[in-house]
Design a protein around this ligand. Structure first.
Ligand SMILES: CC(C)(COP(=O)(O)OP(=O)(O)OC[C@H]1O[C@@H](n2cnc3c(N)ncnc32)[C@H](O)[C@@H]1OP(=O)(O)O)[C@@H](O)C(=O)NCCC(=O)NCCS
Length: 196
C-alpha cells in the first residue's frame, strides 16, 4: 500500500469509492456526474489536500479536506460554474424540490472561526480493505499534510446516529467531540476536533 496525492486521472475511481461508501448521503444522491465535477473542482483548489491510498496502482481509499473551510462550497461552485450549472439543471429537472437543499448547502453557515483549523471533508477506505489499520495510516498522513500547511487543529463532522464504528474510529485516533448539532430535521451530527 502506498499513500500519495490523488491525480486527476484517478477521479473516476475516487467517485466510485465515494458512491459505494457514502450511500444515501446528500452529495451521493446528486449522482456520479455531479460528484465528478465536485471532486475535480476540489482537487484543483490551492486550499485542498487530497491523499489516495493505492494498492498496485489502484486507488482503494482517499482522504480529502481543506485548510480554509469558510465559504468553501461557494468557491467550489465558482471554480467550475458552467459544468455545475449544466449538471445542476439536469438534477433540478428530475427533482425540483432538491433546489432548496442545494441552496442551503452552498450557503452553509461557517462553523469554524479559527484560522488554524483545517477541515477533513471525507475519508473512505474500500470495504474490502477495512479494519487493517489503513484508515488510521491515511488519517495520520493527512494530519501531517495539514500540519505542514500551518494548521494546528483538524476538524470534521460525522453522523451521530447509526454510525458507531466511525465515531469509534475518530475517538480512538485522538479526536474529541467539540459539539453535537442538528443539521436538518432528521440528521444529528458530531463535530470532532484534534490538535495535530
Ligand atoms: C472510517 C473508515 C475510513 C475507517 O477505515 P479503516 O481502514 O477500516 O480503519 P482502521 O482499520 O484504521 O481502523 C478501524 C478498526 O480496525 C481495527 N484495526 C486497526 N488496525 C488494525 C490492524 N492492523 N489489524 C486488524 N485490525 C485493525 C481496529 O479495531 C479499528 O478500530 P478502532 O478505530 O476502534 O481502533 C472506514 O470505515 C470507511 O471508509 N467508512 C465508510 C466511509 C465513512 O463513513 N467515512 C467517514 C465519514 S466522516
Amino acid at each position: 500500500m502506498k499513500i500519495e496525492s490523488i491525480k486527476n486521472r484517478d477521479l473516476k475511481m475516487l467517485v466510485q469509492i465515494h458512491v459505494e461508501n457514502f450511500e444515501n448521503f446528500f452529495l451521493t444522491n446528486l449522482g456520479f456526474d455531479f460528484l465528478l465535477i465536485y471532486y475535480e473542482a476540489l482537487l484543483s483548489m490551492k486550499e485542498s489536500i487530497a491523499l489516495g491510498l493505492y494498492y498496485k496502482s489502484k486507488l482503494v481509499g482517499f482522504s480529502i479536506g481543506v485548510t480554509i473551510s469558510s465559504g468553501i462550497n461557494k468557491k467550489i461552485l465558482k471554480s467550475n460554474f458552467k459544468k455545475f450549472l449544466l449538471v445542476g439543471v439536469k438534477i433540478i429537472i428530475c427533482n425540483p424540490k432538491i433546489i432548496f437543499r442545494l441552496l442551503r448547502g452552498f450557503n452553509k453557515k461557517e462553523l469554524i472561526k479559527n484560522d488554524f483549523t483545517g477541515e477533513l471533508l471525507s475519508i473512505s477506505i474500500d470495504k474490502k480493505h477495512r479494519n487493517n489499520g489503513y484508515g488510521k495510516t491515511l488519517l495520520s498522513a493527512f494530519e501531517k499534510e495539514m500540519k505542514a500547511k500551518g494548521m494546528k487543529y483538524l476538524s470534521l463532522t460525522t453522523d451521530f446516529s447509526n454510525n458507531k464504528s466511525v465515531n469509534q474510529f475518530y475517538s480512538s485516533n485522538g479526536y474529541l467531540i467539540q459539539s453535537t448539532f442538528q443539521l436538518s430535521r432528521d440528521r444529528i451530527m458530531n463535530r470532532y476536533i484534534k490538535e495535530i
